[in-house]
Design a protein around this ligand. Structure first.
Ligand code: NDP
Length: 289
């Protein structure tokens, strides 16, 4: 539970939620902006999603973040879906106003904001490679497809998942040129030829001892490498890429930017980015011990 009480109530639903950085990030934002509000963790097992959400709304909660495993199932409980939620098939932010719940997905815009903030190359008319075909990859694909690349290739361990993901994205972007491929080093090296951006959207790198998702040397030297995974230090993939002279970043900026987008949706004003960044970094580093 949050230490602060009084004011409007916000929070995170998911299962589990105890690992979340969100309370620290949003409490720092509230404090920086002089907003009297609280941000709490609401663990809801899947079978309690509908009743738990309804209780929170009846209890006056104004906004929620949504995490695993509810990002898709919560859609059917929304009255309105923002375009970002329709494109990604997932909701990570809810606004509740007078019994009307609207679902958004701020991963999509947060990724776009982080690309710009980190100086990633302009992808219009360029080739892009995405590793992975899960929920995060879907938000990345939707975000990138909006920028008019010449082609997006998706490499995934289970090719069927990559094909299905592309099929669903092409429902929104029928002109998008794309291909699904396997996850072997040859597949990745061939696909990466001429790519200006590669987004690493598998979960590899989250756990100590995970293998690298791919050897960075498989990518052209000019390819910007964006790993969605984050931890206190750069991920092993990013570390190795930087050692080899690539431009490479981890997922912390995206995490921050999606939270900033959520703040703006809830409060209709720009988020206090630096206060949120400091809180995120403090929390990420405090976990490393
Ligand atoms: P999902 O579980 O939906 O997808 C996982 C993906 O990783 C699938 O493509 C899966 O392939 C692949 N994968 C898992 N294990 C392996 C393996 N051993 N070898 C090869 N591929 C593997 O997860 P999400 O898409 O939700 O999240 C992916 C990552 O992105 C997570 O680490 C998460 O922390 C990070 N993330 C970061 C965010 C940020 O703000 N920085 C936001 C959202 C996510 P397959 O289909 O074959 O199973």
């Amino acid at each position: 539970m949050s230490a602060k009480t009084g004011g409007d109530r916000y929070g995170l639903i998911g299962y589990p939620v105890s690992h979340s950085l969100s309370p620290a990030i949003f409490e720092a934002a509230f404090e920086a902006m002089g907003i009297l509000a609280s941000y709490d963790l609401f663990p809801l097992p899947p079978q309690r999603l509908a009743s738990g959400l309804s209780e929170l709304i009846q209890g006056g909660v104004r906004g929620l973040n949504v995490t695993v495993p509810h990002k898709t199932s919560v859609i059917s409980l929304m009255n309105v879906l923002d375009e970002s939620a329709r494109l990604t098939g997932a909701v990570n932010t809810v606004v509740s106003v007078e019994d009307r719940q609207t679902g958004f997905n701020t991963d999509l815009g947060g990724f776009a904001d982080s690309l710009d903030a980190l100086g990633a190359p302009d992808v219009r008319g360029e080739k892009i490679l995405v590793l992975g075909a899960g929920g995060a990859a879907r938000a990345i694909l939707a975000s990138l497809a909006r920028r008019g690349p010449s082609r997006i290739l998706v490499a995934n361990r289970n090719m069927e998942n990559a094909r299905n993901l592309l099929l669903s994205i092409k429902g929104f972007f029928p002109d998008l040129k794309s291909d699904a491929l396997g996850f072997g080093p040859e597949d990745i090296q061939t696909a990466a030829e001429g790519a200006v951006l590669c987004v690493q959207a598998t979960s590899l790198g989250l756990k100590p001892g995970d293998p690298l998702p791919a050897e960075p040397s498989l990518f052209p030297r000019a390819c910007f490498l964006f790993d969605l995974v984050y931890g206190p230090e750069n991920t092993p993939f990013v570390r190795k890429a930087l050692d080899l002279g690539y431009q490479a970043v981890d997922g912390k900026e995206m995490l921050l930017r999606q939270a900033a987008r959520t703040f703006s949706i809830w409060f209709g004003r720009e988020a206090p980015l630096e206060a949120m960044r400091q809180a995120m970094n403090r929390k990420v580093f405090s976990r490393s011990g």
